[in-house]
Ligand binder design. Sequence first.
Ligand code: NAP
Length: 435
Amino acid sequence: MRHIAVVGSGPAGYYTAEAAQKKFGDAVRVDIIDRLPVPYGLIRFGVAPDHQSIKGVHKRYEAVNLSDNVRFVGNVAVGRDVSIEELGQFYDAVVLATGAPADRALGIAGDDLPGVIGSAAFVGWYNGHPDFAGLNPDLSGPGAVIVGNGNVALDVARILAKTRPEFEGSDIVGHALDTLQASGIKRITLLGRRGPHQIAMTPKELGELGHLARGTPVVDPADLPPSADDALLEPGIRKSVAHLRDFAAAYGPARDIAIEFDFFAMPVAVEGDGRAERIIVEKTRLDADLRAIGTGERYILPCHLVIACIGYQTPPIHGVPYEHGRGRFANVDGRILPGLYCVGWARRGPSGTIGTNRPDGFAIIDLIAEDLPFPTGKPGRPALDALLEGRGIDVVTFRDWQKIDAAEIARARSGAPREKFVVVDEMMAARDLSN
Ligand code: NAP
């Protein structure tokens, strides 16, 4: 028997477990360990609440869990309740699939002022992540600035602009829905430090901005390069730029909320009296390597809210080599140390779609099979269970999660698939209530 511990129950973790099942069949036991009592990581806490079809992939992960040789071990924090060294003693292979759930700092003056938040915190807030449920962002408006031109920036702009009826069918948490409904934001500025041809937005997601009830995407036609230049673009980006051209063609006064694209615009400082009141922006130009270079020309955007959507990083774990510049575990193709691997965003950084993690999971299991052609005789599950019991850790099983899941579904507001518990104690209480 082979024993594999996967740390993290998001997409990368589940695809790794699925790959292990396919590769080793009945001759493997996989434990998927998560620090929260609820599974699915990015699917639950990262994917936008109004993108329910993407969230539907959890059904596939559920099927993996319901098989005999995979287990969910929730409410167990690696590094706190059990160490990496201990996992290494119990399992043939330990795979870190911890994602990249931490914000990167903007690294400019004033980025620590109240009112400046990262996308992990803001997205976590509207998705009900226990770490961020109490964020209580100031949406009094009228100006909000989003830094970054990626898909997360689009998610955040769309969520800020939507009306309550537009959240019909979503699982946005009640506290966020109420705060958004009372929002005074009238202008959302998307700051891109490079130009329209350098955006990291995918066509479907960008196109959605054109179909909002009260939000109008605003692109100044003068900011777009000659349309003939679009032919040089990779097809996906070309389609996205076509949306920018459509928005520019409709250039004019916005409806209730303007979502303004400000290109070649680099934030240099956030200022205010004890909180964010304005952001100082410098115009840029691109150098020969398409990097943004400041031109010295600066202007001020008044704003009470700055959300940095500039990518994420993997939190370090004690004892695991870490690549600080890139915010991920130090690894070669997923190998960290003998018996210790990483996969998904924890391996390659926050890029690609959910589906990108599937080949990643299969590749890491191939490496494990290559490195450890024979099981090492380690004890696996019973050793972990004994250790956690000895430490008084209240482990949440997949069956327990199903009880929490049922309780969330039962308390959903009308038209919503669920109302999430946003506090760990509430999740545990929901499990205990139905015991
Ligand atoms: P991203 O795609 O890497 O975009 C980050 C953006 O931030 C880029 O425009 C980048 O500009 C900018 N940026 C980085 N550092 C900056 C700085 N210091 N100052 C100003 N701007 C800065 O990251 P993301 O939007 O967080 O998305 C992460 C991954 O999740 C992506 O693969 C994304 O496609 C995926 N995702 C997908 C969906 C979906 O499919 N619906 C939704 C959300 C996220 P430069 O290009 O100049 O570096």
